[in-house]
Every structure is written in C-alpha cells, then in structure tokens.
Design a protein around this ligand. Sequence first.
Ligand code: G3P
Length: 221
Amino acid sequence: MKFFIDTANLAQIKEAQDLGVLDGVTTNPSLMAKEGITGDDNVMAHYKAICDLVDDNVSAEVIATDFEGMIEEGERLAAIDKKIVVKVPMIADGVKALKYFSKKGIRTNCTLVFSAGQALLAAKAGATYVSPFLGRLDDISTDGLQLIEDIRLIYDNYGFETQILSASVRHPMHIIECAKIGSDVMTGPLSAIKALLKHPLTDIGLQQFLADHAKAAATVK
Ligand code: G3P
C-alpha cells in the first residue's frame, strides 16, 4: 500500500520523506489555506516546492468547477512538474474533465467521493486515483471502511485500474484497516503515520536490551 501524506506543510512532508516511507502528497484548497498560501503564483510555487521534496505523486486540486476552467487549470498544474496529479471534484464537469485528462495522459485524483456509485463513475472516466473520504463518513455515523470494501469489490469485479486512495484517514487503525481491505493508497496526517511506530513493548524491550548490554559491558571491565 502506498503512503501519501495529507498536508501542504513542507516541514511535515520532509519529515515523512526522511522516514523513507512516503510515496506521495495530497493537498486540497483547505490545506493550502492553512499554510497561508494564496494567490496563483504562490500556489504554483508551493506545489513546485512540494514536488522538489518527494519522489512522485503530488495531488494539486483545481479550484474551477466548470469543464473549461478545470481543463485550463489542470493543464497549468500538470505543467509545473511531471510529479503532479490533477485533483478534480466528483461533479458532472469533473467526470468529463477526468475523461479528458485520461485521454491526454495526465494523471488524476477524483476527490470528494462518498459513495460506491461515484467511485464507479470515476473509474469509468479513467481516473488514476479515486479518493473516498472515510473519516468524513465516520464523522456522520456512516461506516467509511465499508465504502472502501465496496469499491475494492466493484473494481476487482471488472478489473478497473483506478487506484483506491483512501482519504480523510484520521488515525493508525484507519491505515491498518485500509491495508487489510486492500486499499491501493492511503493519505493521512503525519501523526497517523508516526503512530504506527508506537508499541509500549517495543520501548520496554529496547530499554531492557540496552540495560543488559550495559551491565554485561561493565562486568567485562
Ligand atoms: O485531502 C482530502 C481529505 O484527506 C481530507 O481529510 O481530515 O479534512 O476529512 P479531512
């Protein structure tokens, strides 16, 4: 399973990249705003800075919601760097844009997906990635992981090549459950990725190993 980090924060992206487990980055307009990135030139420069930190797969979201606007913006984003994946919302013009980009060989990520039917449409339009938002479904007492399972079943039934990018991941158990289901990718915050490291028995065991080693070394002297 690929690991993407869901942030526009350069320090956090670098930390995840340095850990050696990062396969990409997802951003959205809210995450860009959180970093105070506004204005077309600054946004473009920030995407380039993210691309320079990672090996591949930087999702950059269009703001336009009409077909022509999404095409114009998406082509500009794709021209920033080969690593850019154009992120398009799940609306009718977005589906048309997915088809257009797919024919042009521009990779896409269909975002704001909350149902299996939407995921089916994204796959038929040739999306590279589909982003079901599992945390936001959990937030409204709907089983987000069930949606990931349903999409996995549908895509496998027909051999769709669209990759399931489980988004809106909030904690380490989401990551583990996504991996059990067979999600192709997960995107989440740095805190969820780092939480996978943690186990109290690891800390206790390491302390014991180091103490035993120090005791033995003292005895030899
Ligand atoms: O980037 C899209 C998605 O991952 C958003 O997550 O936590 O805002 O629901 P969240």
